[in-house]
Write a protein that binds this ligand. Structure first.
Ligand code: PGA
Length: 252
């Protein structure tokens, strides 16, 4: 069985003190969890603080974004090497908020994915359809295009180091989750794409998370689906209790 990954995406929330306290709380509560991987992604200005709070724990550090260039005149941006330097293992790329608020497209996300992999980071690559796409029956087409575009040019070895997060945009922060069946259907499409574009081994190994209003009370059903290997959690990752409640809902 693939190891599940449950990752918190704190987005633009917390402050220095609350980020440290949340990280310490998660680290402490996670001490006994050995059958799944956990990560938290604080705002970049608190990566160092949170990294310190997580030191020696089972919880990995992730960033929410990065730029693909190595260094230079890119005001406001962070490189993959900087994230590695801060102790990050993961970086979330292509989140729907980056795509839809900040205009990131697949070619840009692809460059970031390749740069993250080259630096030794594990990219968590997000994709998912808008409500209008789903209602028009275009879900498969949209996730296929995002898969092809944001993961272009990866070798089978590289794809195995990628985490894919299926996040239907209409379910993010809305309290409206995909049903376990709706989510599983798309995860299966993604699994088949991995077979077609890479090979069976890659398809077996790549972790595909679900994200979009995951809560303790829907975690068991969602995470129980055969092709859902964990969750990318926004709102419910901002407090220890609901986040660990979701972790408790993992497949066992
Ligand atoms: P949500 O966010 O859990 O608040 O819906 C998920 C995400 O954006 O990764």
């Amino acid at each position: 069985m693939r190891r599940q990954l449950i990752a918190g995406n704190w987005k633009m929330n917390t402050n220095r003190a609350s980020a440290a306290a949340l990280a310490e709380g998660v680290a402490k509560a996670a001490a006994s969890i050995t059958d799944a991987d956990l990560a938290v992604s604080p705002p970049s200005c608190y990566l160092e603080t949170v990294g310190k709070a997580l030191r020696g724990s089972r919880v990995a550090l992730g960033a929410q974004n990065m730029y693909f260039e190595k260094d230079g005149a890119f005001t406001g941006e962070l490189s993959a090497a900087m994230l590695v330097d801060l102790g990050c293992k993961y970086v979330i790329l292509g989140h729907s908020e980056r795509r839809h608020i900040f205009g990131e497209d697949d070619p840009l996300i692809n460059k970031k994915v390749l740069a993250a992999l080259a630096a030794g980071l594990a990219p968590i690559v997000c994709l998912g359809e808008l409500l209008a796409d789903r209602e028009a029956g275009r879900t498969e087409q949209v996730v296929r295009t995002q898969f092809d575009g944001s993961l272009a040019g990866l070798t089978p070895e590289q794809i195995c180091r990628v985490v894919i997060a299926y996040e239907p945009v209409w379910a993010i922060g809305t309290g409206r989750t995909a049903t376990p069946q709706q989510a599983e259907e798309v995860h299966l499409i993604l699994r088949r794409l991995l077979v077609d574009k890479y090979n069976g081994e890659a398809a077996n190994r790549v972790i595909i998370q679900y994200g979009g209003s995951v809560k303790p009370d829907n975690a068991v059903e969602l995470l129980g689906q055969p092709n859902i290997d964990g969750a990318l959690v926004g709102g419910a990752s901002l407090k220890v209790e609901p986040f660990l409640g979701i972790v408790a809902g993992r497949k066992r």
